[in-house]
Design a protein around this ligand. Structure first.
Ligand code: KG4
Ligand code: ZN
Length: 372
């Protein structure tokens, strides 16, 4: 059991309106990350990360057992580095750690590190939902983001459109029926056997390739679910697997320049995401005036540009975290933890805490974060 006491929770609770120093740990997939921030100013005191691209690239996907091994080696290192970065007099008030969704064994490694550190520092440790961390991190840099807002979350494991009412309260409008958007980018780059995928995100590699390509109408890659809303199960779903398969088949034919294939794939994937967002805005605007775009794919320049254009047309402010905060990091976990903590009632805060008995969650949709 963690030795967190009610007094410690009260100590942090009483600091709620003042400056909180929060340490965030992320290990849900293949990145071991630690971030330390001040809340509510958003000052980043430390941001340490290690990736595992080189470990998994030859397997065609994340290998959980290898990922855990890497976290076990890397987490203590990034933790030590982060703690060494801050002045020794800085007192950490709260530890936040991702407890789902993700690979259970990987999450467990992060949770164990968090609980160990909490015992040493005698501070509370709370669980954070990875998707909420992506959703809320933009507020660290942009204090004009106001609840409720619409959120497009596009990452390697998730793709969904939701309304973010407050921390802990999210209304899902639609999610992907098959692949996540980032997953499709990753699989296409894998079909190309691009060696760069050993050192960078597949999506980022594809984006660089697409920049060298040009429109090529003979490719005819399909944009999914283009038809009227009633043909979709709920109206706001995404689908990327058809596009991914068509692209892989086109690559295999060897008839077109790979740069043009990357260009057309990216164009079709972005167009599909934009179509869904537009449908969402049609139903939810003017109730929401801001659209937050987050997750690893939100660092894509074409997506940023096209969503910016859509926002200007629809008179909706479109907000992106800085690209570095779009991909997985510990800062977002620290920020989301602090934001959730600050918005929770006194009697709710103890429900956010984790102990050695807390189980990591492989599946944990945004709609299931409420404490009541
Ligand atoms: O949020 P994230 O770091 O991890 C998950 O929670 O999944 O997102 C990683 C995903 C990967 O699929 C990666 O290829 C994609 O984001 N990604 C990009 C770009 N940078 C990362 N996709 C498209 N364009 C990019 N520039
Ligand atoms: Zn993520």
């Amino acid at each position: 059991m963690s030795t967190t006491t009610t007094t410690e929770v009260k100590d942090v609770a009483s600091k709620e309106q003042r400056d909180l120093v929060v340490l965030g740990i992320e290990s849900s997939c293949d990145d071991s990350c630690v971030g330390i921030i001040r809340y509510p100013t958003g000052e980043i005191l430390a941001d340490e990360r290690t990736s595992q691209f080189h470990v998994h690239s030859s397997y065609g996907g994340i290998v959980p057992i290898l990922a855990v091994r890497e976290h076990e080696v890397n987490l203590p290192k990034v933790l030590e580095k982060a703690l060494d970065t801050i002045p020794p007099s800085t007192k950490i008030d709260l530890i936040a750690v991702t407890t789902g969704p993700g690979l259970k064994a990987c999450l467990r490694t992060g949770m164990n590190s968090a609980l160990q550190l909490a015992d040493k520092l005698q501070v509370p440790v709370m669980g954070v939902n990875h998707l909420e961390a992506h959703t809320l991190v933009c507020q660290l840099e942009n204090k004009n983001v106001k609840y409720p807002f619409m959120t497009l979350l596009v990452s390697g494991g998730h793709t969904c459109l939701s309304i973010t009412e407050t921390p802990g309260r999210h209304r899902e409008l639609g999610s992907t029926l098959d692949d996540a958007m980032g997953e499709a980018f990753d699989k296409v780059i894998r079909s190309l056997n691009d060696p760069e995928a050993c050192s960078r995100h597949g999506g980022a590699v594809l984006e660089s390739l697409a920049m060298k390509g040009k429109p090529n109408p003979s490719l005819r890659l399909p944009v999914a679910l283009r038809g009227p809303t009633h043909k979709r199960p709920r109206g706001l779903e995404f689908s990327f697997s058809g596009l991914k398969s068509a692209t892989s088949r086109t690559i295999a034919k060897n008839e077109f320049p790979v740069e043009d294939i990357a260009f057309e794939f990216q164009r079709a994937a972005v167009e599909h995401a934009i179509n869904v967002v537009q449908l969402g805005l049609n139903t939810e605007h003017p109730k929401v005036a801001q659209l937050v775009v987050c997750g690893g794919v939100a660092s894509n320049k074409v997506l940023r540009q096209k969503l910016g254009e859509l926002g200007r047309k629809q008179r909706v402010e479109v907000i992106f975290p800085t690209p570095r905060l779009c991909v997985d990091n510990g800062v977002m976990v620290a920020w989301a933890g602090a934001e959730r903590w600050a918005h929770a009632r006194d009697d709710e805060r103890s429900k956010l805490l984790i102990t050695r008995e807390t189980n990591p969650r492989a599946r944990w949709p945004l709609g299931e974060l409420s404490l009541s």
